[in-house]
Design a protein around this ligand. Structure first.
Ligand SMILES: *Cc1c(COP(=O)(O)O)cnc(C)c1O
Length: 398
């Protein structure tokens, strides 16, 4: 019998009652160190006083008016995102997938508005994840997610991860742009080299293509810069963000340059809930904290410490962990045992992490963790790895 809740998730047998900073307290009273952060969403941890205050204040005044009217919080957040990035303009939605949908529409409209509506195809990369709507699934190109949902939405051509020659071969007269995560999250914390991002920028300039970055997971300070592409010294034409932007409140945004968004005139896009006053109060509060001068410095410092400590764990437990990857606080442990074993072993010991593609365990703590939290996490990891290192060989993946 189908349960009342559509069973599309394999959920852990665990529910939470409240959170405090990097901790989650389960309904049975157990306390967990949350190095999953709701899959890179709770960047400021749980119940951050600034976010609680912003949401509470807004909740007692006004929740929703629709986009038929001016929404001052949207105006403000858009201006601040524009000031902090390459972008000239911002559209607000409610999720990552919606932000990507908007990016795809902007890229296609850019060409259509210039009299080239035949240019609609987007090049994407193997291992990508861009969301679960029909178009974003087609962009991600993962067979296991596409199967059974009818013909794949047309207009997406996938090449191997980081394969510049493949990109060159895929570029044709129908191309509108290239869509890439500067660091693949779900795909297993795979970093795209800066030189590859720069080469993609050059290819886009050469062929008149829109360069689109999906910074839904890697953006908003997680890598130690406000956006991951800043490390490479290139800017996109269009960028999708979400996850940490709302610190746990659903919000997404699509940022674009004036040139890229030239075709997006009145009536070309919309959303009922997108950018509503509650979401905007939180988005502005998140930005208040992340843009504080010392914040990213803190992320870099604690991230370096965590990565160094993870490196020592990987050295000690070679049969369990193959390598440490990632940047800032978007880190991955490529496992030699099935990654689910490590996720479960950590959870049993009071620490939450997230699985990922390529048999990786993702370490995505809130950006507000301290070195003390790192020490606690490393002690738990050490214990979990020791237990897995002693597992009978049949449990180890090839
Ligand atoms: C989570 C994620 C998405 C999808 O976001 P939703 O809010 O689940 O729609 C898209 N791209 C990346 C890189 C993500 O991590």
């Amino acid at each position: 019998m189908i349960p009342p809740l559509l069973p599309t998730y394999a959920r852990a047998p665990l529910a939470f009652e409240r959170g405090e900073g990097p901790y989650l307290i389960a309904t049975d009273g157990r306390r967990f160190l949350d190095f999953a952060a709701g899959i890179a969403v709770n960047a400021l941890g749980h119940a951050h006083p600034r976010l609680v205050a912003a949401l509470s204040a807004q909740a007692s005044k006004l929740w929703h008016t629709s986009n038929l009217y001016q929404v001052p919080g949207q105006q403000l957040l858009a201006e601040r995102l524009v000031a902090a990035t390459f972008a000239d303009t911002v559209f607000f939605g409610n999720s990552g997938a919606e932000a990507i949908e908007c990016a795809i529409k902007i890229a296609r409209k850019f060409h259509a508005a210039r009299g080239e509506p035949q240019r609609f195809r987007i090049i994407t990369f193997e291992g990508a994840f861009h969301g679960r709507t029909l178009a974003t699934l087609a962009a991600g190109g993962q067979k296991k997610y596409l199967e059974g949902f009818g013909p794949k939405v047309d207009g997406f051509d996938q090449v191997a991860f980081g394969d510049l020659e493949g990109v060159k071969r895929a570029i044709g007269p129908e191309n509108a742009g290239i869509l890439i995560e500067p660091i693949q999250g779900e795909g297993g914390v795979r970093c795209v080299p800066g030189e590859t991002l720069r080469a993609l920028r050059a290819l886009c300039d050469e062929h008149g293509l829109m360069l689109m970055f999906d910074e839904i997971q890697c953006g908003m300070g997680r890598t130690g810069k406000l956006f991951a592409h800043e490390w490479a010294g290139v800017t996109p034409d269009i960028m999708a963000i979400a996850k940490a932007l709302g610190g746990g409140f659903p919000v997404g945004a699509c940022l674009a340059t004036e040139r890229a968004a030239a075709g997006m005139t009145t009536g070309t896009h919309g959303s009922t809930f997108g950018g509503n006053p509650l979401a905007m109060s939180i988005g502005n509060a998140v930005l208040d904290v992340v843009l504080e001068p010392a914040f990213l410095e803190h992320v870099n410092k604690v991230a370096n410490y965590l990565k160094q400590q993870l490196g020592m764990i990987a050295d000690r437990y070679g049969p369990v962990i193959e390598e440490v990857r990632g940047q800032g606080l978007l880190l991955g442990l490529k496992c030699k045992v099935p990654n689910t074993l490590l996720v479960d072993a950590l959870r049993e010991r009071g620490m939450l992490v997230v699985g990922g593609g390529d048999n990786v365990v993702r370490i995505l703590p809130p950006l507000i963790i301290t070195e003390e939290h790192v020490r606690d996490a490393i002690a738990i990891l050490n214990d979990a790895c020791a237990s897995l290192a002693h597992q009978p060989a049949k449990d180890a993946a090839k």
